[in-house]
Design a protein around this ligand. Sequence first.
Ligand code: GDP
Ligand code: MN
Length: 306
Amino acid sequence: MLSRNSEVNDAAEAVRQMEDRFNGKYHYPWVFLNDEPFSEEFIQRTSQLTSGKTQYGVIPRDHWNQPDWIDEDKARAGRNKLMAQNIIYGGTSYRNMCRFNSGFFFRHELLKPYRWYWRVEPGVQYFCDMDYDPFMMMQEQNKVYGFTISLAEWEPTIPSLWQTVKDFTKEYPQYVAPNNSMGFLSNTGGDTYNLCHFWSNFEIADMNFWRSEAYTAFFEYLEKTGNFYYERWGDAPVHSIAASLFANKDQVHFFRDIGYRHSPFQRCPVGDHHTNGKCWCDPADSFDYRPNSCLKQWEETQAGAR
Ligand code: GDP
Ligand code: MN
């Protein structure tokens, strides 16, 4: 969990729910990261809730702050342009967070010993009991990336991302998986981006995928453009494009059985999944097939219809 000290109440709520729904049975360790040292209060309030060990880390400055080689005048112009369109999160710190989640969290000292992670954000809610270990499931089935909610990105935050992706795959075709999910990302065979992405505030994934030669080269290529700062490239589209292009489509997993809320969206399992998980969400209140959801697009891609 990446969190600020000021989010301690929301962090505690999310930890409590993860422990009640899942981790109380599995006792996995928690790693908390912050761009400044965690307060005594944050450490005490979260560690008293966990059934596994807890670790609290500070992010190195060069993994978080805007690099010196970024042209600050150009970055400011980019921020102002987005703010003029009333797009939320106009500031530099949100960009630091997106760049950190795109290219650095899996390099942190405290995460080095680990291969699998479950990203948890302050304030998220979990609606159903988990009675199996998703890390083991993913490892056994050779998955690399798991999601719950997918949706369309706000185009003004990533105007040049797709062209950069096209340039990268042209230069490094060897990294593109033979049975990839291009159909999830593009309705035009790769020419244009349909803005679909996995909502990265929930992720269960394999850090070896982010540490791979393909993703390392991809992140470096994106980083060089400066567009984590000149535009506002999110970690969600960056992770989603990589998982869709550098992994085969059967390596991406939709957790149909996990009920999850990150304001303002939630998804709720239906049928047997709802019953077996003892879910407390309304099965009719689910983002899955709402107009802005990309789940249908993902399912059609999986089925080979795209
Ligand atoms: P949203 O999910 O896109 O609405 O953005 P959030 O504000 O939830 O930020 C995403 C994640 O990054 C959450 O886990 C936040 O706690 C964390 N985060 C965002 N900005 C900062 C920051 O400046 N410092 C720290 N330590 N965490 C941050
Ligand atoms: Mn959030």
